[in-house]
Write a protein of this length. Structure first.
Length: 134
């Protein structure tokens, strides 16, 4: 038995671009087109979060001897990821709080490239040697 599939076209026009971006979704979901697009967009967002978790928190080590141990390790990684995101929004200045955890990890927030300094932060956040005096 062959199920019928529907095709949904997704057109995005970004400011400053000459032509729109056109994408097609082939699906067997029986929903209106806007619901199908929202569903697949949410799947893409979840995949981006998983990729960031693998890069920033190192979720790659999940092979344990038992399923319960693997589940526990994944829950700990999830807790660490959520805690890091919570602290990121609390501790970083407004211009940096939208950075991904991977970007923050790569920048290392240390040395001469210390990104956590702003005028209203205390001296001990990055250390006095890390400020760029102008």
């Amino acid at each position: 038995m062959v199920e019928s599939a529907s095709v949904v076209a997704k057109v995005k026009w970004h400011p400053g671009e000459l032509y729109p971006r056109i994408g097609f979704i082939v699906t067997n979901l029986r929903r209106p087109a806007n619901c199908v697009v929202n569903f697949y967009n949410q799947c893409g967002t979840a995949e981006q979060w998983i990729k960031e978790g693998k890069n920033a928190i190192k979720w790659t080590r999940l092979s344990c001897r038992s399923m319960q141990a693997t589940a526990a390790r994944l829950q700990l990684h999830d807790l660490a990821y959520n805690l890091a995101n919570f602290l990121r929004t609390l501790a970083l200045p407004p211009e940096l709080e939208r950075w991904s955890l991977t970007t923050i990890r790569e920048k290392r927030l240390q040395g001469e490239n210390c990104a956590c300094y702003s005028e209203n932060w205390p001296e001990n956040q990055c250390g006095p040697s890390n400020r760029n005096e102008t």
